[in-house]
Structure formats: structure tokens, C-alpha cells
Design a protein around this ligand. Structure first.
Ligand code: AMP
Ligand code: GLY
Length: 430
């Protein structure tokens, strides 16, 4: 079978890398892919970003299964369109993708279905939002309603910052309006304390199959300093998700979400990512939902997955009435996988492209370098985006996985390379 992965980041490289290992898969196409996927003969890039043209291409080339990586095409309805044309595709419909594409939708969904999350209020009127802030005080969190590529959340430690965030997100002509596809809205929510974890599951609309747990590192610099990013590194499993926390997350967050979506007439098919805040007592609250895999969480998760990904995705996309994911089980490598992101000069604000990359080692049983913002120009590999590579290692402990990953990080070079040197620090026992 030929399969298609939509997207071109590290997450998509990892999904394609895993799919290519299936004996049932002949070729994995990526649209558009990146420099790393271009170099791998089990993978083939399609220089296409127009989803209608891509759908026609998929029909013509008899693509057996499509997996959608990023939220953009999901929120734009790529799954609805592929399905309407008889193509098999794994991902949520446009309506279901609102769990991520509208914070106002997901917050009111959680409230309606009793899913634990921070207290919140939604505003489209700036004066009302400012007045509300005066009653809450700081610290407080201000979120733009629509998709914002990681720039839509301000965790304000002072009221001044919070007021400025409201002005920024609601200002006419500023990014707020374009984002919401209409009226600009902000969600103002309670500041939660604790440790974050990424809890990602697969759903076929009814049944849920949890993936291995993971933890991301959102800030640019060591010790969680500096600006928020898309994620600077991740590892799996995340020890903060104890068996008890896992059971709680399934019972209190994931299952009510899947049931709630079903009840509301918008069943969720695809990867569902709950960003959890876990407090000192192991209580769980939902920070956000994403309607896709995490990036970079996917890289260590795929490095640990032993089950044939194609078989699982096939089961998850069976027509209604089939057993779907009900009888599926996932096997995981018992080792820890840890991925360190190498980012471009100027990331996250103004990443520079065009820096030549050297020193990427060949894949080994315990090491793979997934590409993200890379491209080939005249046969030379160079940077082309903010997050460039994710060096992913497997080892028997977090500390050993760190050692293996960082040994490789130090062999790789490009001008302006940025990385954190403490990925996994929360899981390293003193
Ligand atoms: P989000 O894009 O919603 O994941 O938010 C980005 C980051 O902001 C999260 O990973 C958290 O670190 C932080 N954050 C979001 N909401 C809250 C909250 N209610 N309390 C504390 N931190 C938050
Ligand atoms: N790594 C966070 C995300 O994918 O949203």
C-alpha cells in the first residue's frame, strides 16, 4: 500500500519513518516533507501544499491511507474533503478539530461535560475583558481564541501584562481577528500550578487507545527560561504520569471527551492530545486539547512504538460498525526515548533559513535524527525553519538517553544552532 503523510515537520518525519517500517507499506509520500525525508529512499516528498490538488493526486495515485500531521489542514476540513471523495484518512473532521482550533469551543465543551479545567471567561469586548481582569488579579492567563501557532497564550505574572495581552489579541486588524475567522475573542483563565504532561491517545470515534506518555519542554532556554516555543525537546515515558494519574486522566479527561463529542454529534477520530497540568496531589486538569500528535512528542513516542503503525491506523479508520481500535494493543520499547530539538538562529521570533547543516550521523538502533525545518539546495542540506532537527535517542534510563542524545547533538553543526542542554531534567533522579 502507498500511504500519505500531510505535513513536513519533525512529527511528520517520525510518523513517516515509522510507517515505512511496516511490511505492508510500499512507499510513504509526504506533502511537502523536508530535507531529511527527501534523503530517505523509503520516503518521497511531494512539493504540494494545496489540499484540493493533493486530494486529486491521492485519488489518482490510489493512496490507501492518509495521516494528517498539523492542525492547520485539519481545522480547514481536509479530513471532511478526503472522506467525501472516498479516501481513507486518519484525523478529526473540521467540526471535531474545534477542540483545538477554538479555545472558546473547547473550554465550553469541557464545562458542559464536566471535564476538569481552569476556571475561565470568554470576551470579545476589550472593556469587559479589562474590567474582568481587575476582579481576578494576577497571575492570570490570557489566550487568543483561534489557532495562533504557539503565540496565542500569555501567562501574565502582572495585571499590566494581562491588560497588554488583551489589547494585543483584541486589537482591530491585529492577529486576533484573522485567527478566529471572524470576531476576535479572548479566553481569560485561572493560572494553574503543577507539572505538565502530554497525554495523547488515538480514537476511532468510539474506542480509545492511549499512546505512551511524554513530556515537552516549551520554553526556549534551560531551566524553563525564555520565551515559549513549539517545544524544545521531549521524552517518553513521563514518570509524572504514574499509573494513578494515568487512570485519572483516562477517566476524568479522555473518556468524557470522547463520549461528549459522540453525544454532541461530532465523533472524534484521530490523535487527541490533552495537555495536562498535574498538581502535587496527582489531580489532573486539562490545559488544552490538540487534535493531532504533539511535536516534538511524536519523535520519542514513535521511537518507542513497536507495533506496526499502519495496522493500528487501518483499524482506527475502519467504517462505522467494525471493531476499530477495540481489540488493538500497543507494544512499547521499555527504554526511555529522549529527543533534543536543534533550532535555528533567531527562533522563535525570526528564525533564519539557509544555514548549511553538517555532522548528522547515520541512523542506529538507538538513535535517529528526525528532520523538521531542513531542505536540500543543490544537494546541500540547510536550515529552512525554526525547529530544524530532533536528535532522538533510546536508552535504559533518562540519564543514559540524555547522554546518547547530547553526544550526537555535539557532532551536529550549523550557524546559530540553539538547543536546551537539560531536556529530561524533571525525570532525572537526583
Ligand atoms: P497552550 O498553548 O494552551 O498549551 O499554552 C501554552 C503554555 O502556557 C502551556 O503549555 C502552559 O505552560 C501555559 N499555560 C496555559 N494555560 C495555563 C494555565 N491555565 N495556567 C498555567 N499555565 C498555563
Ligand atoms: N509540543 C506541543 C505541541 O505539539 O503542541
Amino acid at each position: 500500500m502507498n500511504v500519505l503523510v500531510i505535513g513536513g515537520g519533525g512529527r511528520e518525519h517520525a510518523l513517516a519513518w515509522k510507517l515505512a517500517q511496516s511490511p505492508k507499506v510500499q512507499m510513504v509520500y509526504l506533502a511537502p516533507g523536508n530535507g531529511g525525508t527527501a534523503l530517505d529512499d523509503r520516503l518521497k516528498n511531494l512539493p504540494m501544499t494545496d489540499m484540493v490538488a493533493l486530494r486529486d493526486w491521492a485519488l489518482e495515485h490510489k493512496i490507501g491511507l492518509t495521516v494528517v500531521g498539523p492542525e492547520g489542514p485539519l481545522a480547514a476540513g481536509v479530513v471532511d474533503d478526503f472522506r467525501a471523495h472516498g479516501l481513507r484518512v486518519f484525523g478529526p473532521t473540521k467540526a471535531a478539530a474545534q477542540l483545538e482550533s477554538s479555545k472558546a469551543f473547547s473550554k465550553s465543551f469541557m464545562q458542559r461535560h464536566g471535564i476538569p479545567t481552569a476556571h475561565f471567561a470568554v470576551f470579545s469586548d476589550a472593556a469587559a475583558a479589562h474590567a474582568h481582569l481587575e476582579t481576578t488579579g494576577a497571575p492570570i492567563v490570557v489566550k487568543a481564541d483561534g489557532l495562533a501557532a504557539g503565540k496565542g497564550v500569555v501567562v501574565a505574572s502582572t495585571l499590566d501584562e494581562a491588560h497588554a495581552a488583551v489589547d494585543f489579541m483584541l486589537a482591530d486588524g491585529a492577529f486576533g481577528n484573522a485567527l478566529a475567522g471572524g470576531e476576535a475573542r479572548v479566553v481569560i483563565e485561572e493560572f494553574l500550578q503543577g507539572e505538565e504532561a502530554s497525554f495523547i491517545v488515538m480514537c476511532d470515534g468510539k474506542n480509545v487507545l492511549p499512546l505512551a506518555t511524554s513530556q515537552d519542554h516549551k520554553r526556549l532556554q534551560d531551566g524553563d527560561a525564555g520565551p515559549n516555543t513549539g517545544g524544545m525537546g521531549a521524552y517518553s515515558p513521563a514518570p509524572i504520569v504514574t499509573p494513578d494519574v494515568h487512570a485519572r486522566a483516562m477517566r476524568e479527561v479522555i473518556l468524557p471527551t470522547i463520549r461528549g463529542m459522540e453525544k454532541d454529534g461530532i465523533p472524534f477520530t484521530g490523535f487527541l492530545y490533552a495537555g495536562l497540568m498535574i498538581d502535587a496531589h496527582g489531580k489532573v486538569k486539562t490545559l488544552e486539547f490538540n487534535c493531532r500528535m504533539g511535536d516534538p512528542e511524536t519523535q520519542p513516542i514513535m521511537a518507542r512504538l513497536k507495533t506496526d503503525l499502519l495496522e493500528v491506523l487501518w483499524a482506527a479508520t475502519e467504517p462505522a460498525g467494525a471493531t476499530g481500535l477495540a481489540d488493538m494493543e500497543l507494544q512499547w520499547d521499555r527504554r526511555t526515548a529522549l529527543g533534543v530539538v536543534l533550532a535555528a538562529h533567531g527562533y522563535p521570533q525570526t528564525p533564519r533559513a539557509g544555514d548549511a547543516i553538517e555532522g548528522i550521523p547515520k541512523e542506529a538502533e538507538d538513535l535517529v535524527v528526525f528532520h523538521a525545518g531542513t531542505r536540500l539546495r543543490d544537494g546541500v542540506l540547510e536550515t529552512s525553519g525554526g525547529r530544524v532537527l530532533c536528535v532522538t535517542a533510546l536508552a535504559d534510563s533518562v540519564r543514559l538517553a540524555q547522554a546518547r542524545a547530547y553526544e550526537t547533538v555535539h557532532q551536529i553543526q550549523f550557524d546559530g544552532m540553539q538547543f536546551r542542554s537539560d531536556i529530561g531534567f524533571r525525570a532525572v533522579k537526583a
